[in-house]
Design a protein around this ligand. Structure first.
Ligand code: SF4
Length: 381
């Protein structure tokens, strides 16, 4: 039961379908089949109906993010219906940010027109690389020219806020081919860029090939050079690096993703989606059949639901907040705690710095962010 004025929140919808699995991908997903898509959409409607009963829908919405998977493997009519259902279920803020992820080979210009008409105002395109051989090495379907065509069509349709996802440290990728991808991506005039280092996730085809010595693991030193090169090029084009992996032109930081890094509330819908609302963390089962079965029986498909203590909330706010370039306000860090002493230790190692009223990662700290976060996680508040 919500007793205070509810904080605004975001809704994330995980569409668990792709046309094929990329070799590096460890996300929960199914290869899209029409009957499964229909069953998923029905279950999603039921999930929203159940959340209406528990009053989560009283939180005003500041963002909707439809991700996956590849949401645009769904017919556009179903995507529009999902958005309409969300919009009638929650009060929405006037500046509601509505993002949809797409893969360039799954969306037609006419689909983009209809998405804009329905109210989607932010597009996130997973292009990863603008080098055909590198795309092939990832097992990504489609061609480099698809990405260019989608960008043209998206602008023509009326998307003014477009993110491109890029990935570095790919098999066979060189510093030069990476910087060419970054420069070519900027020529497509996105408003936002996400640059991720390739990681080898357990259970993926990539991990199997690395284990069999068919390809080398990503070269960490080269990835650091690539990250630095991207920062230089992208910042010179007027983008701000506002989070470890994310760059935006002024005013185009992703409102939805900022919720994750600023202790904000978000509700995840769909198989495997995670939520954080009113101090509770909960997650859906990562299995489409189990998800559909639970909802058909009238239950939320939750795998776990935990109320965080104040100390745990503060710890998470610190760890996630440090991903932001501006860092975390001092007031969230209490002196005479183990976490404070750990931060001081990390500062002596050049990984953390105090700037005005904030604590943030140094450039070195950004490079070793996972280690910094792990160290802070283990330090009791
Ligand atoms: S398109 Fe994205 S979600 Fe789908 S398999 Fe490839 S990386 Fe994974």
């Amino acid at each position: 039961m919500i007793t205070e004025t509810p904080r605004s929140m975001g809704v994330y919808i995980h569409v668990p379908f792709c046309r094929q699995r990329c070799r590096f991908c460890a996300f929960y997903l199914e290869i899209a089949k029409p009957d499964q898509i229909d069953a998923f959409c029905l279950a999603l409607a039921q999930e929203i109906a159940l959340h209406r009963q528990n009053q989560i829908t009283q939180h005003p919405l500041q963002s909707v993010y439809i991700g996956g998977g590849t949401p645009t493997v769904l017919p556009v009519s179903q995507l529009v219906s999902i958005l309409q259902l969300v919009q009638i279920s929650w009060p929405t803020e006037p500046s509601l940010e509505i993002t949809i992820e797409t893969h360039p080979s799954t969306v037609r210009p006419s689909d983009l027109d209809r998405l804009v008409e329905a109210g989607f105002n932010r597009l996130s395109v997973g292009i990863e690389s603008l080098n055909q051989q590198e795309l092939a090495s990832l097992g990504r379907p489609g061609r480099v020219r698809d990405a260019k065509q989608v960008m043209r069509a998206a602008r023509a349709a009326g998307f003014h806020n477009i993110n491109l996802d890029l990935m570095y440290g790919l098999p066979g990728q060189t510093l030069q081919s990476w910087t060419e991808t970054v420069q070519s991506a900027l020529e497509l005039e996105p408003t936002h860029l996400s640059c991720y280092a390739l990681t080898v996730e357990e259970g993926t085809e990539l991990a199997r090939d690395v284990a069999r010595h068919l390809i080398p693991p990503p070269d960490e030193a080269l990835q650091i050079e690539m990250e630095m090169a991207a920062e230089t090029i992208v910042q010179a084009a007027g983008f701000e690096r506002y989070e470890i992996s994310n760059y935006a032109l002024p005013g185009f930081a992703c409102r939805h993703n900022l919720l994750y890094w600023t202790d904000g509330d978000y509700l995840g819908l769909g198989p495997s989606a995670q939520s954080y609302v009113d101090g509770f963390r909960f997650g859906n089962v990562a299995d489409l059949s189990a998800y559909i079965t639970a909802l058909a029986a009238g239950y939320l498909p939750l795998e776990e639901r935990v109320k965080l203590t104040t100390d745990e909330r503060n710890r998470e706010a610190l760890i996630f907040g440090l991903r932001l370039a501006k860092g975390v306000p001092h007031r969230l860090i209490h002196p005479n705690t183990s976490q404070y002493r750990t931060l001081q230790l990390l500062a002596t190692k050049g990984l953390i710095e105090w700037q005005d009223d904030y604590v943030c990662l140094t450039p070195l700290g950004r490079r070793y962010a996972d280690t910094v976060m792990e160290t802070l996680y283990l330090a009791l508040p």
